[in-house]
Structure formats: structure tokens, C-alpha cells
Ligand binder design. Sequence first.
Ligand SMILES: Nc1ncnc2c1ncn2[C@@H]1O[C@H](COP(=O)(O)OP(=O)(O)O)[C@@H](O)[C@H]1O
Ligand SMILES: [Mg+2]
Length: 355
Amino acid sequence: MERTNVNPESIFTLVSDAILVIDEQGFVVAANPASVKMIGCSTEELIGKVHFCSICTGMATSREEASCTDCFANKWNVPSFEMKIRTKGGSEYPVAASSTCLLTPSGKQVIVIMRDMSQQQKAEGERFQRQMINYVIQAQEEERKRVSRDLHDGVGQALYSILVGLKVLDQFHLEHDVKEQLENVWKLTTHALNEVKNMAVELRPSTLEDFGFLPTLRSYRKRYEQQYGIEMRLATKGHKRRYASIVETALYRICQEATINAAKYSGTSLIDIEMEDSDGTVMLTIRDYGQGFDPEQFLSQGSGLGLYGMKERAGLLGGTVAIHSVPGKGTTVQVIIPLTEKGEPRNVDPDTHSG
Ligand SMILES: Nc1ncnc2c1ncn2[C@@H]1O[C@H](COP(=O)(O)OP(=O)(O)O)[C@@H](O)[C@H]1O
Ligand SMILES: [Mg+2]
């Protein structure tokens, strides 16, 4: 790095903030190297030739129509405001600025100091988007929990009461036909009760909170094999432990999505699930041996909501989901989430998960 004595002139040339001096008519009369770089034209093209209004597209703090009436150039000093700058190349970006008015022998001049805020605004936007996705996922989980409880305690209990009533009726001396009819109703009610129980578990298995991901996956396997007639093999390596609830829920939901996709679209008769917890990461691999597909086609069109959702869930926890698929050979969905010793996600922005 070049060694320079700091003096007022060198500050003007060395600082990374853009500094412009504008005369009373609004023309640029001085520009430091950072402002030349920001606006994208040479010092010669700027000085005395460029009117500030031709590079300013409005102050963000003003209402659109009042933008020019509120202009900082008409005021004495404005310590902090935001505006948009249009570069020579035509692109626009936001800047944080301050202005200072000076009275010089040649008239009033305004010094404008500007700092490029596009990176910060982009990062802020992304953080806001992640927070929104997190809220939506959390709200969805809460809603599923509520519907699951209502199904179990409401419809489930009502059906159970009907079964008890039928049992009582059965103890009366009934004619053969009536008894047969009663048996049919009993069977139908038992079937409905089982359906409701399954739906409640499918929506949000209570074992996830009580016993964790692996035991839940084991009971999921049983239901899955029965429902779809597809064999599911489970293999585990490394530590067996509990994870933070957000991690266990994400693993379960990703597993559910990938295995249901395999059942719906791949035509496979076997699914392998491998879970490995070692070196501070949990890795879950779901493999089918079906017809395969092109994941990029769905992800780039934004149509694969299930695929997108898997990626979002892992991304929120600082992890990744990779989908590899080979036509005729099958599909592998691999989730990797870096974790702390306590089983909390290691790479998350704490703000994203506040609340
Ligand atoms: N394991 C798989 N095997 C074959 N095709 C798949 C598989 N998983 C997903 N797909 C294809 O990708 C598409 C998008 O999947 P997804 O995002 O889960 O949406 P959805 O399940 O709602 O259709 C599916 O419609 C299907 O065509
Ligand atoms: Mg799907």
C-alpha cells in the first residue's frame, strides 16, 4: 500500500466515499476519484459539463412528486439522506448522502458526499426475504400442528364415541340382519378412525417432538411402505442424537417431500435413506431407482414448489440440498446441515430465526 501523509487534499483524493462539489446552477465543479468511478465518466467529462440533476434520479426520502422541491441543493445543510444515482452506463443505484452548503467568493457551492448502498440494500433485501420464508414455514408448521390436534381430539374422539355407542348397541338382543348391518357400520367407523389418526400423524407426527427425527422416520417408513408398496431401507452412521426442533422438522419435511415425489413420479420399488452424523454435519441422502428427471427444468421455471421448498428449508438452516438425477437410473436428494455440538444449525443468521 502507498504511504501518504494525511492532509486535507489527500483526504479528498483517497477516501472511498464519492465527493462532488456543485455550483449555484447545479453543475459539477469538483469531483474526487471515487465519484468519477461511481458515475462512470472521466473528470474532464464531469467538471463544468454535467448538471447534478442528470445523474440524480430522486431522493428516496421524498415523495416522488415532491422530490425536486425537497432537493438538498435548495437547503443549507442536509446531514443524511438517500437518493438514487444514474451512472453514465445508465444503471441506477442507491446512495446514502450528506450535503454541506458553503459560501465562496464565486457564489454558493454544495458539497455532496455519497456512499454506494447497493450491496447493503441487496443484503438487506435477501435477509428480509429469508425472514419472510422463515415466518411462512413456521406459520405452516403451527397450522399443521393445530389441524393435527383438532383432527385427533375432535373428529377422532367423535368417531371413538360412535364406536363405543355401537358396542353398547351390540349387547342388545338384535335380529340377525340388524346385527350384520351394525357390524358393517362398526367396520366403516373403525376405518374412518384409522384414516383420521393417520392424517393427524401425517400432518405433524407428535413423535417428532417427543422422540426426535430418527424414531419418527422409522414409523414413517412403516406407514410409507404400507401406503405406497415401496420398500424403504434405512441406514445410519455416526452419532445418534437429538437436534434442535427446527432441524428435526426440516429433515422430516424434506424426507417426506423427496419420498412422496419418488412414489408419485419415479416408478421405483425401492428407496434407500442414509443418515450420517459426523464432523459437525448431518447428512441425509434419499435415493430412488426410478426414471429420473431434470431438476433444473423445474427449479429454473420456478414450477417445482416441492423441490424449491426443500432447498429453502435447508438454506434457512445454513445447509444445502443437492438433487442429482440420471434418466433411467433414479434420483438422489442429499441434504447437508452443519450443526453445533448442541445440534443447533451452525451457519445461521440469528436474526432470521428470532421469534
Ligand atoms: N424422484 C423423482 N423422480 C422423477 N421425477 C421427479 C422426482 N421428484 C420430482 N420429480 C419431477 O419434478 C417435478 C417437480 O416436483 P415438486 O417440486 O416436488 O412438485 P410437485 O410434487 O408438486 O409436482 C414433479 O412434478 C416431477 O415431474
Ligand atoms: Mg412434490
